[in-house]
Design a protein around this ligand. Structure first.
Ligand code: ZN
Ligand code: ZN
Length: 110
């Protein structure tokens, strides 16, 4: 198998919340676990070949296979929608907030 993705192998500082993001054990980071944003820089995960560079904000949570949840992101610049699997140490309070806000909106029919 050819490894064509270059993921965050090291710690990094989030561009949005300036928190120090540590390496994820046994998995790869594709979003900040604190503010749940990511950068629109990839066509394939980690390839950094997308020219957009906009910030992707979490807008929804979806349930995927085997109880794995996915965060739905929307790019502020080009409005492309992307989905990433939730990490074990993602900000749970923020995730609940997204779910709650979504439920609130659907009740209001907005
Ligand atoms: Zn962040
Ligand atoms: Zn974009």
């Amino acid at each position: 198998m050819v490894k064509k993705f270059a993921m965050h192998e090291e710690e990094f500082i989030c561009d949005i919340c300036y928190m120090k993001v540590t390496k994820l054990y046994k998995s790869v980071r594709n979003h900040c676990p604190f503010c749940l944003t990511s950068k629109h820089a990839d066509i394939n995960p980690g390839d950094r070949s997308h020219a957009c560079g906009g910030i992707m904000y979490p807008i929804d949570i979806e349930q995927g296979e085997k109880d794995k949840y996915k965060i739905v992101f929307c790019c502020e610049k080009c409005h492309e929608i992307k989905r990433n699997v939730m990490a074990d140490d993602d900000n749970y309070d923020l995730i609940l907030e997204i779910v709650r806000e979504k439920a609130h909106k659907s009740v209001k029919g907005a």
